[in-house]
Design a protein around this ligand. Structure first.
Ligand code: PLP
Length: 389
């Protein structure tokens, strides 16, 4: 049976060249980067090379990149770190209702410890209105955190404009750019951001490695305590093969960025056109104009996304309902809820994300199977309605 993976926003396969770069660092190049003898120094050099590769992808200085265990850790570190560093300046944080749980749950944790958090509403397309942000700022605001690209609906935020508002008020600006990395050009200098979260496994690198960009001059309390790694900012023996893999994945993403965006967005547009022309009562969630190139979040009216997902899985097709994190529960997606989409429609929504390995033939197969399952489920649901089940 054909296998089609359309969940590249959940994670990506490690590219061949990335794996090749990593392998020696599991075996012969195993030295502890903190050790002073030769194989330790070789490991240190490998980490510094990777730091340069990641820095280049976002136009940062090498010294501004700090490796972490994940995008989740980078998000936690940003908000908990600033809350601690600036606790005498204020206790108010501004974020949005559509952030990743790594940010939302960190903010909820801070609320239990005396901080106040404003969760901004978004426009129907998922964008933050700059006026809404301005209105939320108080003289106690210490951090504004707004994600670059949403993982469920793919909406791209006007980060430069939002960061400029933060700067006018002397407030630190963080963005979770995990979904943006490798899919949208990122220039931290041009954007004027202070803190940026990144992750390797969304850009064809390994799982369990991420990074935080900390603009030179920004003070941020440590989150992990221990040894002197990462310029004494992030303790713990480095995930050497993981970091090397992240560097290689970043280098590939940098070299092929325009090509990747073009290819993936053309495939996504083809897919959406095909679905809309072959299946009735389908709507797209999020923004058409400001959108992750590979994302199609679609609502199929009158049916359950979970039922579709399971049927597609039987046909070898992997997609997701909302985000991977909420897929284990029936709680409607907090992102689609924030767009004021009615609950019945949220339950009929699926996220398809196209990636580098996707082909047109893959998408033709998915459209064919999708048309069949939608038909089948809509028939059942109309029968169940007339019989009063
Ligand atoms: C995947 C993701 C994260 C978490 O990154 P991990 O490395 O998986 O912990 C954070 N934010 C967004 C937007 C993501 O898509």
């Amino acid at each position: 049976m054909r296998q089609v993976y359309l969940d590249y926003s959940a994670t990506t396969p490690v590219k061949e060249d990335v794996m090749k770069a990593m392998i020696p660092y599991f075996t012969e190049m195993f030295g502890n980067p903190s050790s002073l003898y030769t194989i330790g120094a070789a490991s240190r050099e490998a980490i510094e090379k990777a730091r340069g590769q990641v820095a280049k992808l976002i136009n940062a200085q090498d010294k501004e990149i700090f490796f972490t265990s994940s995008g989740t850790e980078a998000d936690n570190w940003s908000v908990l770190g600033i809350a601690d560093t600036l606790k005498n300046k204020g206790n108010h944080i501004i974020t949005t209702k559509i952030e990743h749980h790594a940010m939302l749950h960190s903010c909820e944790y801070l609320e239990k410890h005396g901080y106040e958090v404003t969760y901004l509403e978004v426009e129907p397309d998922g964008r933050v209105n700059p006026e809404t942000l301005k209105a939320a700022i108080t003289d106690r605001t210490i951090l504004i955190s707004i994600m670059f690209v949403n993982n469920e609906i793919g909406t791209i935020q006007p980060i430069k404009e939002l960061a400029a508002i933060a700067k006018e008020h002397g407030i630190i600006f963080h963005t979770d750019a995990v979904q943006a990395l490798g899919n949208v050009p990122i220039d931290v200098k041009d954007l004027g951001v202070d803190l940026v979260s990144l992750s390797a496994h969304k850009i064809y690198g390994p799982k369990g490695v991420g990074a935080l960009y900390i603009r030179k001059g920004i003070r941020l309390s440590n989150y992990m305590h221990g040894g002197a790694q990462e310029s004494k900012k992030r303790a713990g023996t480095e995930n050497l093969p993981g970091i090397v893999g992240f560097g290689k994945a970043a280098e590939i993403a940098y070299e092929h960025l325009d090509e990747h965006i073009k290819k993936v967005s053309e495939l996504r547009d083809y897919f959406v056109d095909q679905v809309m022309s072959k299946i009735e009562n389908v709507t797209m969630n999020g923004s058409r104009e400001f959108r992750h190139p590979g994302n199609a979040n679609l609502t199929f009216e009158y049916i359950e996304g979970e039922a579709m997902l399971l049927y597609l899985d039987m046909k070898g097709i992997a997609v997701s309902t909302g985000s991977a994190c909420s897929s284990a529960s029936l709680v409607p997606s907090h992102v689609l809820s924030a767009l004021n989409i009615p609950v019945e429609k949220i339950h009929g929504s699926l996220r398809f994300t196209v990636g580098d390995p996707t082909t047109k033939e893959d998408l033709d197969y998915v459209v064919e199977q999708l048309a069949e399952v939608v038909n089948k489920l809509r028939n059942i649901s109309s029968v169940s309605k007339t019989k009063g089940w």
